[in-house]
Unconditional design. Structure first.
Ligand SMILES: Cc1cc2nc3c(=O)[nH]c(=O)nc-3n(C[C@H](O)[C@H](O)[C@H](O)COP(=O)(O)OP(=O)(O)OC[C@H]3O[C@@H](n4cnc5c(N)ncnc54)[C@H](O)[C@@H]3O)c2cc1C
Length: 308
C-alpha cells in the first residue's frame, strides 16, 4: 500500500518535497516522536489541495504538522501522510494589512509587522509556532491573541475544497477554533494591524522577550505550557504547589524554572513525556481536585510492545 502511495504522490509533488520513513523528532520542539510513513511538504497551495484530495479519495490517513511546538508525537510515529506547510511561508504587508501563508512562523510575521511600525502582533514575538498552528490553537500570550487581529483565513476542508473564513466564522476561543474542530487545513491568513509608535513597539517586544527568557526553560526541548489554564486557577501554580517540579519519568522532567513546562533533558522518549503528563495530572487531582486538560496535542502510535 505504501509503495502505491509513494507512486501516486510522485505525480502530485516534486520528489524533493516528500520523504519516506522520516523521523518526526526532527520536526518537533520536544525532539520526540517516531517516523512518518510519508512526510510531504507541498511547494504550492494547489499541490497542498491535491495531496489532501488524494488522501481523502484513497482513504490515506493524513496529519498536519505545523512547526511542532505544541505536539507530542508517540514513539511509534504516524501512519500515512504527515503534511507540512513549511514551504508555504510567504509574508506580505500592504499598509496595515498583513498576509501570511500557513507555514510562515508567527514570530517572523510579528517581526516583519514591527519593522513597518505596525502594532497588534507584539504578543506573538516569542511564540515558536507557524501561522497555521497559531490559527488552529488561537495562540496567545501576555494579554493578546490571534482573535484580536485576524480578518480572515483561507482553509482547505478534508475533501480538499477551499473556504475563506471570516473572523466570526473561525469561532476562535481559548486555544480552540473551527479549524481544529472541523479538521480544516489553514493555508493563509489576513491580519489587520494599526499604525503604531516604533519606539513603543520595540520596547514592548524587548520587554516580552526578557520576560519569556527569564521565566521559561528555553534552553531545553519542550512543548511550552503543557496544560490549559483551568477555570479559576493557574496550571503552573497548581503543579508547583503539588511539589512536582524536578520530578518526572525517564528523561522527562517538570521544569524547575516554569512548572507548566515539561522538558526533555536529552534522552526522553515520548512515553516518558506522556507518563510525566499523567503523573502531574494525578498529583494535581489528588491535592486540589482539579482536572488538568492538556493544551499540547498528543498523536501517533506507541511502539509495538516488543520494541519498547
Ligand atoms: C517554548 C514554547 C513557548 C510557547 N509559548 C506559547 C505562548 O506564549 N502562547 C501560545 O499560545 N502557545 C505557545 N506555545 C505553543 C505553540 O507554539 C502554539 O500552540 C503554536 O500555535 C503551535 O503552532 P505549531 O505550528 O508549532 O503547531 P503544531 O505544534 O505543529 O500543531 C499544533 C496543532 O495545530 C495543528 N496545525 C498546525 N498547522 C496547522 C494548519 N496549517 N492548519 C490547521 N491545523 C494546523 C496541528 O495539526 C496540531 O493539532 C509555546 C511552545 C513552546 C515550545
Amino acid at each position: 500500500m505504501k509503495e502505491q502511495w509513494i507512486k501516486d504522490l510522485s505525480s502530485i509533488v516534486n520528489p524533493q518535497d516528500f520523504k519516506i520513513d522520516e523521523p518526526l523528532k526532527n520536526y518537533t520542539m520536544t525532539m520526540l516522536g517516531g517516523k512518518a510513513d510519508l512526510f510531504v511538504m507541498p511547494s504550492t497551495e494547489e499541490e497542498a489541495a491535491e495531496v489532501v484530495k488524494y488522501a481523502h479519495q484513497n482513504n490515506v490517513p493524513i496529519f498536519l504538522l505545523g512547526n511542532g511546538s505544541n505536539m507530542v508525537i508517540r514513539d511509534g510515529g504516524i501512519r500515512g501522510i504527515v503534511l507540512n506547510f513549511s514551504k508555504l511561508d510567504e509574508i506580505r504587508i500592504d499598509g496595515t494589512i498583513v498576509y501570511a501563508q500557513a507555514g510562515a512562523l508567527i514570530k517572523d510575521v510579528s517581526k516583519a509587522a514591527a519593522a513597518k511600525s505596525l502594532t497588534g502582533l507584539e504578543f506573538s514575538c516569542g511564540i515558536p509556532g507557524s501561522i497555521g498552528g497559531a490559527m488552529a490553537m488561537n495562540a496567545g500570550a501576555y494579554g493578546g491573541e490571534i482573535n484580536d487581529v485576524i480578518v480572515s483565513c483561507k482553509v482547505l476542508t478534508q475533501e480538499g475544497k477551499i473556504l475563506d473564513l471570516s473572523q466570526e466564522q473561525l469561532e476562535l476561543g481559548y486555544r480552540k477554533s473551527i479549524i481544529a474542530q472541523e479538521g480544516y487545513y489553514a493555508l493563509s491568513s489576513i491580519f489587520e494591524l494599526k499604525k503604531g509608535d516604533q519606539v513603543t513597539i520595540d520596547e514592548t517586544i524587548a520587554d516580552l522577550t526578557f520576560k519569556r527568557e527569564s521565566k521559561q526553560p528555553l534552553e531545553y526541548p519542550s512543548a511550552g505550557s503543557v496544560f490549559k489554564r483551568p477555570p479559576g486557577y493557574f496550571a503552573g501554580k497548581l503543579i508547583q504547589d503539588s511539589g512536582m517540579q524536578g520530578k518526572g519519568v525517564g528523561g522527562a522532567e517538570v521544569s524547575t524554572k516554569h512548572a507548566g513546562f515539561i522538558i526533555n533533558k536529552g534522552d526522553a522518549t515520548a512515553t516518558d513525556y506522556i507518563d510525566t503528563i499523567h503523573m502531574v495530572q494525578k498529583a494535581v487531582k489528588e491535592k486540589f481536585g482539579v482536572d488538568l486538560e492538556t493544551e499540547v496535542k498528543i498523536v501517533g502510535e506507541d511502539l509495538p510492545t516488543d520494541n519498547k
